[in-house]
Design a protein around this ligand. Structure first.
Ligand code: UDX
Length: 432
């Protein structure tokens, strides 16, 4: 099939490359000429394991093209995926749909034969209806079909999530469109992915409801972890015990810092904003947002206690600053709250992240980036394991920095407390 992905951000690029790898002809379009030039050279603007190799392979095979010419690309394609950003509106909480509608308008001038127009970007309920209205201004309704096909890709695992999804959700009530899309996704369905065809509005809401539910699960276990700390219980036992109930499931029950990233914070706010529009109170999700916003304060409070209320001039190391492992993404990472707070309180902070220096901390006093774990840890009073990179999972701290004893605060529970204590180090974790 001839596919066109509009927007070469995370979603558009990963989906486009994977569709090309499944044997489709794909044009990835972006209005950023520089980005397109770099992509043609095989240079990837984001950090995603395995992506670069797939881009180079499929570009060489000529199944993958990059272009800035939206109209021509749309004309030459059968299926068009809208993959532009839907960030939170400035100063608000709803999704900013200006890019989606701008693209829809441009597409409306290029419908030369029947086209399927798909929103892959996360868009609020009824966005598909609006896109349909925009396209109808210049086209007969029989010439296009507007579909919602949300993505469920996790950063750092995006290629695998695309190839082996739990489910493919197609929101359309048009039979022909449903048939074409089932065929497009058949390679994934035949490998075991569930296929759900539903109404367009339902597909739009499935995405938000899924992310809000996962955010709820994390927040729930984080609050239970607080209780575990007060009652001498290991939260990991609770996660295992709960997870064995098939109705609950074991995933997304890892206690740790506040959830972050490009989706959960944005989507939980946006679903509430949609619900407000329809005069519905999503009180559970509202509490989740509040609790998550408070999470960094709770962990900082523990840092305060661990350091016996003396933060000024304490040397603190952050191992990992991104919102999770295998990504360079800093969006809504809890380190963005913790590091500035500690720096303000007079701590001297060093950080090491496998994805390197972060501009976000460039203006902060006494915050420096180190390029090795050893340099970052040397001379430290407290080492905070903030992100669960594999690089941090088997450090022999005792051998790494001889002499000086420091405290470890493992916010991701990646170490066994007895093993670290055996190295003669003080060790704190979350929910234990
Ligand atoms: C998420 C969704 O999983 C994906 O389906 C969606 O389309 C995009 O948003 P992503 O933001 O890449 O993906 O990361 P994810 O792995 O879901 O983690 C989100 C946040 O939750 C991270 O801050 C992570 O550290 C945290 N998390 C996750 C936990 O704290 N505990 C867990 O058990 C799982």
């Amino acid at each position: 099939m001839k596919l066109c992905m509009i927007g070469t951000g995370y979603v558009g690029l990963v989906s486009g490359v994977c569709f090309a790898d499944l044997g489709n002809d794909v044009i990835c379009v972006d209005n950023n000429l520089n980005k397109i030039k770099l992509l043609r050279k095989g240079k990837i603007p984001i950090y995603e394991p395995g992506l670069s190799e797939l881009v180079v392979k499929n570009f060489k095979n000529k199944r993958l093209e990059f272009s800035t010419d939206l109209k021509k690309s749309v004309k030459n394609s059968d299926i068009i995926f809208i993959c532009v950003g839907t960030p939170t509106t400035r100063g608000g909480s709803s999704a900013d749909l200006s890019q989606v509608y701008k693209v829809a308008k441009e597409i409306s001038y290029s419908i030369n034969k029947f086209k399927i127009i798909i929103t892959k970007s996360t868009v609020p309920v009824t966005t598909g209806d609006e896109i349909e209205k925009i396209l109808s201004k210049n086209n007969n309704k029989k010439k296009f079909s507007v579909v919602s096909n949300p993505e469920f890709l996790r950063e750092g695992e995006a290629i695998r999530d695309f190839i082996y999804p739990d489910r493919v959700v197609i929101g359309t009530s048009d039979k022909k469109t449903g048939r074409i899309l089932k065929n497009l996704y058949n390679p994934l369905i035949s490998k075991g992915a569930s296929y759900l065809q539903t109404s367009r509005r339902a597909a739009e809401l499935i995405k938000y409801a899924s992310n809000a539910f996962l955010a709820t699960k994390i927040t729930f276990i984080n609050e239970i972890a607080n209780l575990c700390e007060k009652t001498g219980i290991n939260v990991e036992d609770i996660s295992i015990g709960m997870g064995l109930d098939k109705r609950i499931g074991s995933r997304f029950l890892r206690a740790g810092p506040a959830y972050g990233g490009s989706c959960f914070p944005k989507d939980t706010k946006a679903i509430i904003s949609t619900a407000d529009k329809f005069k519905t109170n999503l009180s559970v999700i509202k509490s989740v947002i509040k609790s998550n916003e408070n999470r960094s304060k709770i962990l900082l409070q523990r840092v305060y206690q661990i350091l016996k209320r003396k933060i000024r001039n304490k040397k603190i190391t952050f191992l990992g600053v991104t919102f999770k492992a295998n990504t360079d993404d800093m969006r809504d990472s809890s380190s963005l709250k913790m590091i500035p707070w500690l720096s303000k309180k007079g701590a001297i902070i060093k950080y090491f992240d496998p994805t390197g220096y972060k501009n976000e901390f460039s203006k902060l006093k006494n915050v420096t980036n180190k390029t090795t774990i050893k340099e970052a840890v040397q001379g430290s009073d407290l080492v905070i394991i903030h992100t669960e990179w594999n690089d941090f999972k088997s450090i022999n701290f005792k051998n790494l920095v001889k002499g000086k004893k420091f405290i470890i605060f493992d916010m991701r529970n990646i170490y066994s407390s007895t093993k670290v204590k055996d190295q003669g180090l003080k060790y704190y974790s979350v929910g234990k």
